[in-house]
Design a protein around this ligand. Structure first.
Ligand code: KE4
Length: 430
């Protein structure tokens, strides 16, 4: 494949954009080489500026559950633009979006629109702290909730797993109230809650982890957190930025039958435009300004164009629940084909899948927490990624991300993907 134009575009971008990209993972640094620059996308395929075509398993990190540039999404978009894109005043379509989200999630009695997943989780944490009057929060190692300071934290040393910043620029003071536990390890949570009795405002987690590859909750994990939070008066926050409206119409909450106190959204609800939201029980959301004293604001929050596009997708998914069966079926066939190939190659790598999210881990260890993910051979993954890219299969450029499947992926895509994987695994073992 020729990537000359992408190479030139990257060099030019690096002159005026840090790392040449507007979000780090796009730079391909963890898989080597340089990023491709996209010209356009349609359905399950992306075409780069050198004219190379790929079967896309990034799907813009989740939003495009119907595939790229779905014809239905363009209908009415021009009229929406011509009505004015933003007014800085309320519009009825914002209410319709909030009502739709509330119809999908039992724990969503009120909703506030924001502009990204980061804003959604940051604001939900502030609401929980304002509602409980407590400062400490618990997150889980390997879960990513966006780049707000108090959540850019990894496990610290010491029994209480005090958080340590994962990034320069985040003062240690800001993360001293962020405690870090081990995903799928309820005991670690109970011990941390016990050691911080009456001080914890919230527990936040991805109910289906999608930022350390894909890791489903172990049976009893979500239920245990629900019980613990109810007993202790802790706000349970599900970060469903990835899983919301993707794992099921009602997300992981519906899939596992566990209702948090608050839920955060992004990605799909904007159908590719910058939209986030946080929602929760009325008594919690009522602390948010201007109803309550907890301040949170956003110039373009709920802007009518983004609401038009997001609502169009969510309303479609509400009326066409067969979409979830469609993506599940493709992903299940892909997983089965991948497992057959691993057997053929005598490899015992792990595959985790939940619905249309899946991940091939380059480790022989069962993957149920971040400790397990850290045993992956990322060098081999990088070689695999490049081999697949060279054969027209675009995977997420990191071992620690998910493969996303859309309703646009076809049987032909499946066959091409598995054929490329067969060759890539051979190349990796050389
Ligand atoms: P944004 O601020 O990027 O819209 O959302 C942050 C966020 C919050 N919560 C979860 C569970 C998320 O996965 C994300 C963002 N996800 C990453 C990749 N998994 C987005 C890709 C990127 O950072 O460019």
């Amino acid at each position: 494949m020729n990537h000359e134009k992408s190479k030139a575009a990257f060099a030019k971008a690096c002159e005026v954009i840090p790392g040449g990209v507007n979000s780090p993972v796009r730079a391909f640094q963890s898989v080597g080489g340089e990023p491709i620059f996209v010209d356009h996308a349609k359905g399950s395929h992306i075409v780069d500026i050198d004219g190379n075509e790929y079967i896309d398993y990034i799907c813009s990190w989740g939003p495009f559950v119907l595939g790229h540039s779905h014809p239905m999404m363009a209908e009415g978009a021009l009229e929406a633009i011509q009505r004015g894109i933003s007014y800085g005043l309320p519009t009825e379509i914002e209410t319709r979006m909030a009502e739709l989200i509330c119809s999908a999630y039992k724990s969503a009695e009120m909703v506030r629109m924001v502009n990204s997943g980061t804003e959604a989780t940051m604001s939900a944490i502030r609401a929980a702290r304002g509602y409980t009057g407590k400062d400490k929060i618990i997150k889980f190692e390997g879960c990513y909730h966006g780049h707000s300071d108090c959540l850019l934290v990894k496990s610290g040393s010491g029994a209480l797993t005090f958080g340590m910043p994962t990034s320069p620029g985040v003062p240690a003071d800001v993360v001293k109230n962020t405690l870090v536990c081990r995903y799928n390890d309820l005991v670690s949570v109970k011990e941390t809650v016990e050691a911080n009795q009456g001080e914890i405002a919230a527990i936040i987690l991805e109910p289906i982890a999608g930022n350390m590859g894909v890791i489903p909750p172990r049976p009893g994990f979500l239920e245990g957190l629900r019980t613990l939070c109810t007993e202790q008066g802790i706000v349970l926050i599900f970060d469903e930025v990835i899983s919301g409206f993707r794992a099921a119409f009602g997300g992981a909450s519906e899939l596992y039958g566990v209702d948090p106190d608050m839920v955060c959204f992004g990605k799909i609800i904007g159908s590719g435009l910058p939209v986030g939201a946080y929602a929760g029980k009325r008594e919690i959301m009522s602390v948010i300004s201007p109803k309550g004293p907890v301040y949170q604001a956003g110039t373009l929050s709920g802007n009518p164009l983004a609401m038009f596009m997001g609502l169009k997708l969510l309303a479609y998914l509400k009326e066409h629940r067969e979409i979830y069966q469609r993506v599940e079926e493709y992903a299940a066939k892909l997983e089965a084909g991948m497992r057959d190939l691993l057997t053929k190659h005598g490899l015992r790598y792990q595959i985790n899948r939940v619905g249309s999210l899946l991940c091939l881990f380059f480790t022989e260890q069962e993957v149920i927490s971040y400790d397990d993910v850290k045993t992956c051979d990322t060098t081999k993954f990088s070689k695999y990624f490049q081999c697949m890219l060279g054969r027209g299969i675009l995977l997420a450029p990191s071992q620690f991300e998910a493969m996303f499947v859309s309703a646009a992926h076809t049987q032909e895509d499946l066959e091409k993907t598995l054929h490329a994987m067969d060759q890539a695994l051979s190349a990796c073992e050389e």
